[in-house]
Write a protein that binds this ligand. Structure first.
Ligand code: FAD
Length: 303
């Protein structure tokens, strides 16, 4: 068995793996997609001590650093089940079962969907989740951003520089984004912000998106806006479905951990965006990955 098996290869998983391997114990990493959300990130300017970098560069750095140690890195492998028997067993989608004395879960999170008609049908045909990846596809076209939080307003500012026009739709009567972002968005001539807007349907022509329907929650009137691209920016869902009946999750599906990264199962620790740790950020994920690995190491030397 492994001494420490890390599930997830984002910043949290990478940090946990490095901290584990540096203890000289047998360490494995299983990652569906090494790099995690960082792979989808363009500009990173808040990774302390590195003034500016981008996702692919940081992911390459993470991998180099992990592989600098004696770590079994199992890429493009998905964990589908966890069970504590004599050892902690992690079953992969391909049927293989990995055994370990301790586990760090660092499976991160993914974009939340609108759940309206047309969204699935026109996914990648106008409905997008990553402005950095797909923004340039809508050069000179009209776009919409769903959600007025930090990611929504950031997306609007980003898209305003590429596309003809951006309309932001916020469900609430206020924007949750930081003031500096809202000010910036309001200063741009090709950004419109609509509040109290409930999006109801993605409209397409059979091939691609041509519009978005929303209801004005104050007047109850339905409107159709003509857009070619819709960027959904309404938050993150933790990748914890496979753990639902296994360990304690919060009502938002986040793995509940204590200050040592411990979950409700002895020997199973968790870190990063999949946990109840507030503020989902790269540097915070890395810190919690280190905490979880040290917590797991502590557990190992006591058991
Ligand atoms: P993730 O990065 O989500 O990684 C999760 C890992 O687990 C992945 O390897 C995934 O494939 C794997 N995984 C998931 N489920 C399974 C499974 N069942 N089995 C095996 N593996 C699995 N933060 C900043 O600090 N600065 C920024 O500028 C910034 N910009 C961002 C821009 C975008 C577009 C996005 C999406 C996020 C941004 N963030 C930024 C947030 C930051 O990327 C996350 O907080 C961070 O990546 C979380 O790290 P993590 O390791 O917890 O999870």
């Amino acid at each position: 068995p492994y001494d420490m098996l890390v599930v997830g290869g984002g910043p949290a998983g990478a940090a946990a793996a490095i901290y584990s391997a540096r203890k000289g114990i047998r360490t494995g990493v299983v990652a569906e997609r090494f790099g995690g959300q960082v792979s989808d990130t363009m500009a990173i300017e808040n990774f302390i001590s590195v003034k500016a970098t981008d996702g692919p560069k940081l992911v390459a750095g993470l991998e180099q650093h992990v592989l600098d140690y004696d770590v079994d890195l199992m890429k493009t492998q998905k964990a589908v089940r966890l069970e504590k028997k004599e050892f902690i067993e992690v079953e992969l989608e391909n049927g293989a079962i990995l055994k370990s004395k301790s586990v760090v879960l660092a499976t991160g999170a993914r974009w939340r969907e609108m759940n309206v008609p047309g969204e699935q049908e026109y996914r990648n045909k106008g409905v997008a989740y990553c402005p950095h990846c797909d923004g340039p596809l809508f050069k000179g076209k009209k776009t919409a951003v769903i959600g007025g939080g930090n990611s929504g307003i950031e997306a609007a500012i980003d898209l305003a520089g590429i596309t003809e026009h951006v309309t932001v739709f916020e469900f609430a009567d206020t924007l949750r984004a930081d003031d500096v972002l809202v000010k910036k968005a309001n200063s741009l001539p090709n950004v419109t912000i609509i509040k109290n807007a409930m999006t109801t349907e993605v409209i397409g022509d059979g091939q691609k998106v041509i519009g978005l329907k929303y209801t004005d929650r104050l007047t109850d009137e339905s409107h159709l806006v003509d857009v070619a691209g819709i960027f959904v920016q309404i938050g993150l869902v933790p990748n914890s479905e496979f753990l639902k009946d296994t360990l304690e999750l919060s009502n938002r599906g986040e793995i509940i951990i204590n200050a040592h990264g411990e979950t409700s199962i002895p020997g199973v620790f968790a870190a990063g965006d999949v946990t109840t740790t507030p503020y989902k950020q790269i540097i915070i994920s890395m810190g919690s990955g280190a905490t979880a690995a040290l917590g797991a190491f502590d557990y190992l030397i006591r058991n």
